[in-house]
Design a protein around this ligand. Structure first.
Ligand SMILES: Nc1nc2c(ncn2[C@@H]2O[C@H](COP(=O)(O)OP(=O)(O)OP(=O)(O)O)[C@@H](O)[C@H]2O)c(=O)[nH]1
Ligand SMILES: [Mg+2]
Length: 349
């Protein structure tokens, strides 16, 4: 508790005894935490609980896109990630049917609830590319889709009668599927990632890892990392956005083990009395969540359990911001009074 000046009868007498004014302490003020203990509890830490309650009430958006050559298991993997039939639900396929070839960019929304928290998930499934004779500029429709979502958000932001909560359809994460050739990246992979890494968070993954031996996998991962580095491709989590040493240490570890070599499946099997997602082969069941079988669990933990919020923040603060600045610069057409200030811009997160 804060104590005011002591008003005692002895005060005058005391001041005579100690005539020198008190020197200011030479040491800096004690940190807030120590003072708070001495003076009493303020309650700053309840902000966490307040934020939790708000998030529980409103839920949050998360939009994930899958891109890559046809047949690499993109649709299968998003189903595996969210343990539901996310990529087939809207089209009315039933569980027994095979996932069909994806023929157009399709955004499918779902509400997934866990522990009282609602995630409004949108999966943007894209048709496989790279099958045509001329694959030039085949990233264009994907880049266009990503930019359209930024444009939608910007339009809402500059609206005079702005919605309290702008619906967020921006792509927070783009999983890029690399073919498990064991050789090197195709020119198309490099072209795509070079273009798109500037507009969206790219997470490269090696598809169908069950088709490689352990040595092939380790060697291929190293080669892919090297090729990305040589070509100046920055994938997520980008080094330049590490905020402090703790971030850097954690992200360095992740970057060193990327791209994750994954296996996808939406079929369940019984293994040692437990139901697991897996792929049945003549030599046994590949369990997708078993780390000795593949790195799917690492990818899941990274995207959902440790970096989901950061993926959203980098999308908002870096990619969207770049689009917004360019758009406002290029087209002086937006009325100046509707241009955002930093404070209300931040509040959309
Ligand atoms: N061996 C193996 N096969 C897989 C894996 N994931 C998916 N498949 C199979 O690969 C085939 C294609 O899977 P999809 O998920 O439809 O592939 P896609 O990338 O969405 O294909 P498009 O929609 O044509 O671009 C299916 O027969 C899947 O069962 C995997 O991790 N390993
Ligand atoms: Mg597909």
């Amino acid at each position: 508790m804060f104590k005011g000046p002591v008003e005692s009868k002895n005060e005058a007498a005391m001041s005579e005894l100690v005539p020198e004014p008190r020197q200011k302490p030479a040491v800096p003020m004690k940190p807030m935490g120590i003072n708070a203990n001495l003076l009493g509890y303020i309650g700053i830490d309840t902000i966490i609980e307040q934020m939790r309650k708000k998030t529980m009430k409103t839920g949050f958006d998360f939009n994930i896109m899958v891109v890559g050559q046809s047949g690499l298991g993109k649709s299968t993997l998003v189903n595996t990630l969210f343990k539901s039939q996310v990529s087939r639900k809207s089209s009315g396929w039933n569980r027994e049917e095979k996932i069909p070839k994806t023929v157009e960019i399709k955004a499918i929304g779902h509400v997934i609830e866990e522990g009282g928290v609602k995630m409004k998930l949108t999966v943007i499934d894209t048709p496989g590319f790279g099958d045509q004779i001329n694959n030039e500029n085949c990233w264009e429709p994907i880049e266009k889709y990503i930019n359209e979502q930024y444009e939608k958000f910007l339009k809402e932001e500059v609206n005079i009668a702005r919605k309290k909560r702008i619906p967020d359809t921006r792509v927070h994460c783009c999983l890029y599927f690399i073919s498990p050739t064991g050789h090197s990246l195709r020119p198309l992979d490099l072209e795509f990632m070079k273009h798109l890494s500037k507009v969206v968070n790219i997470i490269p993954v090696i598809a169908k890892a069950d088709t490689m031996t352990l040595e092939e996998k380790t060697e291929f991962k190293q080669r892919v990392r090297k090729e990305l580095e040589v070509n100046g491709i920055e994938f997520y989590p980008q080094k330049e956005f590490d905020e402090d040493l703790e971030d850097k240490t954690e992200n360095d570890k992740i970057r060193e083990s990327m791209p994750f070599a994954v296996v996808g499946s939406d079929k369940e099997y019984q293994v040692n009395g437990k139901r697991v997602l897996g792929r049945k082969t003549p030599w046994g069941i590949i369990e997708v969540e078993n780390l000795t079988h593949c790195e799917f669990a690492l990818l899941r933990d990274f995207v959902i359990r440790t970096h989901l919020q950061d993926l959203k923040e980098v999308t908002h603060n870096i990619h969207y911001e770049t689009y917004r600045a360019k758009r406002l610069n290029d087209n002086g057409g937006l009325p100046p009074m509707t241009v955002e200030t930093e404070e209300n811009h931040e509040s959309n997160l």
